[in-house]
Every structure is written in structure tokens, then in C-alpha cells.
Design a protein around this ligand. Structure first.
Ligand code: TRP
Length: 463
């Protein structure tokens, strides 16, 4: 296992895993998914998925990773189930797809840092032109991929850990400050009730499907990222409490991002909430206007630092996404770490080019595909998100739980969890986790996967 480091201690792992979880998923896609999904009804579903269904999958991923000390594909093989390494490969493929579009959005965030640094608050209204400027945005994305590859090439303990430690708490404090500010704005209560008072008539199958996809995406689950990170966890650490911390940190971060956003949307739309469902542009169109209302000096300081910190949050996530295929070729193919990092980063950047072009620049990629039964075409980038977040990740989560419960066997999973968690056997936690892994996750995730898959891509509604 050439070039494989380990986290310096338990805190190192937790911070890095939380750094992987907290990223654009919390601050960029969570608010726009809430907006598109009709507000609080989405939030409720999201919370249910995170705590009830995703949490057991997270424990399982970390346990498999620690047990085998390997990348996802190698892990299944090492446990003696060679065929299941396909599931690991599916995860590695998901990681490729996710990082390819994620890096583009990270490039936007970084570009916004620069724009706001120069006081260009009008960028919010020019978001469409901004994303169309593919040479500029492409350069930001390239810088971002470069930074990701640089950190990953330094190995886990050196790069990932250090980056997570200072920046995450700073981002939390900043968002909390912005929550306080946004609650003082006109119409804040309208935004807040959109976000927090559920209207269950809005709860359709597609809202549930996107809540499920968002939960997996935000928690970095379903593709083996946490198998890879779990492979760096010490035997004395408590997997369950680590997973609980990561889940709470991630959900908490998304939740406060929503508290910050929706009062701002209400304020900027005079209480109509129009545009809350606009999709991927939400934070990029809304935030600059809100920063501008802070006045030019404070607006520049807060606005630029916000997008800088968001870029760092994205960086700790891109690092975890790149780490998965890198660990795979290092472990399985014996490629030197450095070479693996730069080759794969370059490849993923290239795979991301259609996403880069699909936000207005190229008509072909912008109107890439029209799903059966859909009115409007879907852009390449949204297509990639539908495939990865809403399809591959939940399917991965479902299969990982089936693997752990019935192939590897719950008994072995329990044995692994017990290490570092002495009172585990016989506890309520054990009963719940076993029930979830054996019955709840396979059935609920399996059914939801099937229903949303058929509906999204083929317009078939079995409900
Ligand atoms: N969870 C990250 C976010 O919310 C994105 C991410 C990083 C991810 N690693 C992952 C998503 C692995 C799925 C799988 O921004």
C-alpha cells in the first residue's frame, strides 16, 4: 500500500470526514433543492432520510473501510467477495461524475470570491453571463482542480486534515452571523415560514426522490468515500459516535444555510419568494444582492470572505472525491500516488468540460436531453446530477446495506463496530442499526430508487 498515510488521531478523521460532507452540497445545492421542492416539505423529508436511513449507511461504510483498510473496490474483494467489487467500481464511477460537475460549481464559487473582492455586486444579476464566460469560469475551475490535486498528492494527514481544522469553524461562525442579519431583513418571516412550515401537499414523489439524493450527496454517502476515509480510522475509535457527529455537523450546516438564505430570498423578492425554485443559480443570484445591502465596505468584506470560505469548504469535499479513485489505483494497480493524482485530476477536469459548457454557452449541452414525459430539456450538468446524486448514490447505499447485512453478515459488521464502542452489543443502537441495515435501508432505499428512477428518466409514475 504505497503512499498510504493515516490520520493523526480521531479528531483528524472526524474533521476530515465532516470536511468531506460539508461543502457545496450544504450551501449551494441544499437551499436550491429546498426552493425547488416547495420549502419545508422537502426539509422534513431530507431530515428523515439523513437521520433514519443515511446514518446507518454511514456507519456501515466507515466500518467496512476500517475493517479492510482499503479503497471501495479493494474492500469488497478483501472481505472475500470479489464480485462485489463491482459495487466499489460503481462508487468510483459516481465519484468521477460528481467531481466533474462539482468542480465547475466550485469554480463559480471561487470566481464569485474574486468578483466580490472587486465590489461587483451586480454579478448576482449577471449570473447567466458569468457562467457563459467559459474561458474565465473554466480557468477558475482549473485552478480549483489544481488545488485539489495538490492537496491530495500530499496524502491524507498532511493536506486534508490541516485544511479542515481552521476553515470550517470560521465558515460556521460567518453563516451564523449572516443568519442573524438576514432575520432582521424585511419580509424575513415570509422566507422563514417558507422554509420551516411544511405544506405537505407539495410532497410529491419527485420531491422525496430529490430529498433522498440530496441526503446522500450531502453526507458523502453511497459511493465509498467514507469506506476510503474509514480505512484511515484507528481501531480504538468509536465509529457510531463519529458518524453521529459527522451527520449532525452536516445537517446542521445545511440547516443554517437555509436559515440564512430564505429570509434573504423573501427580502429581495418583496416577499413573493419568486425564483426560490430557480435551481442551481439560487445562491449565486441571491447572495450578492444581500451582501450589497450591507453597504459597500462591509458588503465586500463579508461577501468576498463568504465565497472564499465556501471555496475552502468545497475544497475539503473535492479532496475526498478525488481521494477515492486515487486510493483505488494506488492500492489495486500499484500506481505511484503522485502520478495517480495528477492523471486522474486531469481526466476528471476534461470530463467536466460538458458541464462547464452546459450553462448557456453551448446549446447542445445546455439542452442536452429531454426525459420521456418531461416538458423541458435538461442540461448536461443537471443530467449528471440526476444520474449521480439521485440515482447512483441511493442505489449504492441500498446495495451497501444489502452487502453488509446478507453477504458480509450483520455479525461481522457488529464485531467491527464493537471495537472502539464497548457497550455496543445488546444496546438500542445495535438493535436499530441492525434493523436498518437488514430491512429498512434495503427496502425503503430500493423502492425509492426504483420509483424515482422510473419517474425522472421515463416519466412513469407508479405511485
Ligand atoms: N458531501 C459533499 C458536499 O455536500 C460532496 C461530496 C464529497 C460527496 N464527497 C462525496 C458526495 C462523496 C457524494 C459522495 O458538498
Amino acid at each position: 500500500m504505497a503512499g498510504r498515510g493515516s490520520f493523526s488521531n480521531k479528531l483528524g478523521f472526524i474533521l476530515a470526514a465532516a470536511g468531506s460532507a460539508v461543502g457545496l452540497g450544504n450551501i449551494w445545492s441544499f437551499p436550491f433543492e429546498v426552493g425547488a421542492g416547495g420549502g419545508a416539505a422537502f426539509l422534513v423529508m431530507y431530515l428523515i432520510f439523513c437521520f433514519i436511513l443515511c446514518f446507518p449507511v454511514m456507519v456501515t461504510e466507515i466500518a467496512i473501510g476500517r475493517k479492510t483498510q482499503l479503497n471501495p473496490a479493494g474492500a469488497y474483494k478483501a472481505l472475500g467477495f470479489k464480485k462485489w467489487s463491482i459495487l466499489g467500481l460503481q462508487g468510483i464511477f459516481s465519484g468521477f461524475v460528481i467531481l466533474s460537475f462539482y468542480n465547475v460549481v466550485a469554480g463559480w464559487a471561487f470566481g464569485y470570491f474574486i468578483e466580490l473582492l472587486f465590489g461587483h455586486f451586480e454579478i448576482g444579476k449577471q449570473f447567466g453571463d458569468f457562467t457563459k464566460d467559459v474561458f474565465k469560469v473554466g480557468s477558475y475551475a482549473m485552478v480549483f482542480m489544481f488545488a485539489t490535486a495538490f492537496i491530495v498528492s500530499k496524502g491524507v494527514a498532511g493536506g486534508i486534515e490541516k485544511a479542515s481544522k481552521i476553515l470550517m469553524p470560521t465558515l460556521i461562525i460567518m453563516i451564523l452571523g449572516l443568519v442573524v442579519y438576514s432575520l432582521t431583513l424585511d419580509n424575513a418571516m415570509i422566507g422563514l415560514s417558507f422554509y420551516l412550515v411544511p405544506d405537505f401537499s407539495k410532497l410529491t414523489l419527485s420531491v422525496m426522490g430529490s430529498a433522498m439524493g440530496q441526503a446522500f450527496f450531502s453526507l458523502s454517502l453511497g459511493m465509498g468515500a467514507l469506506i476510503t476515509y474509514g480505512s484511515y480510522v484507528g481501531k480504538g475509535d468509536n465509529i457510531v459516535s463519529s458518524a453521529a457527529f459527522i451527520t449532525l455537523a452536516d445537517v446542521g450546516m445545511a440547516f443554517i444555510a437555509g436559515l440564512m438564505m430564505f429570509p434573504m430570498v423573501a427580502y429581495l423578492t418583496d416577499g413573493t419568494m419568486e425564483g426560490a425554485g430557480q435551481g442551481a443559480g439560487l445562491i449565486f443570484t441571491v447572495l450578492p444582492g444581500a451582501f450589497e445591502s450591507l453597504g459597500s465596505t462591509l458588503g465586500v468584506i463579508i461577501g468576498a470572505s463568504f465565497f472564499l470560505l465556501l471555496s475552502f469548504a468545497a475544497l475539503t469535499s473535492t479532496v475526498s472525491l478525488l481521494e477515492v479513485p486515487v486510493a483505488y489505483v494506488v492500492d489495486e494497480k500499484g500506481v505511484r500516488r503522485n502520478r495517480a493524482v495528477w492523471l486522474i485530476a486531469g481526466l476528471i477536469f476534461v470530463i467536466g468540460i460538458p458541464s462547464l459548457l452546459s450553462n448557456g454557452y453551448s446549446g447542445f449541452f445546455t439542452n442536452f436531453i429531454t426525459y420521456i414525459g418531461a416538458e423541458n430539456p435538461t442540461s448536461f450538468m443537471d443530467f449528471a446530477q440526476n444520474v449521480a446524486n439521485d440515482t447512483l448514490l441511493p442505489l449504492g447505499g441500498c446495495l451497501i446495506s444489502i452487502f453488509a447485512a446478507y453477504i458480509w453478515k450483520t455479525k461481522n459488521l457488529n464485531e467491527e463496530i464493537e471495537q472502539g464502542y464497548p457497550g455496543y452489543t445488546g444496546s438500542f443502537v445495535q438493535k436499530y442499526l441492525n434493523f436498518a441495515v437488514m430491512f429498512l435501508c434495503p427496502t425503503v432505499l430500493g423502492i425509492m430508487f426504483l420509483l424515482t428512477f422510473l419517474q425522472t428518466f421515463f416519466g412513469i409514475n407508479l405511485f
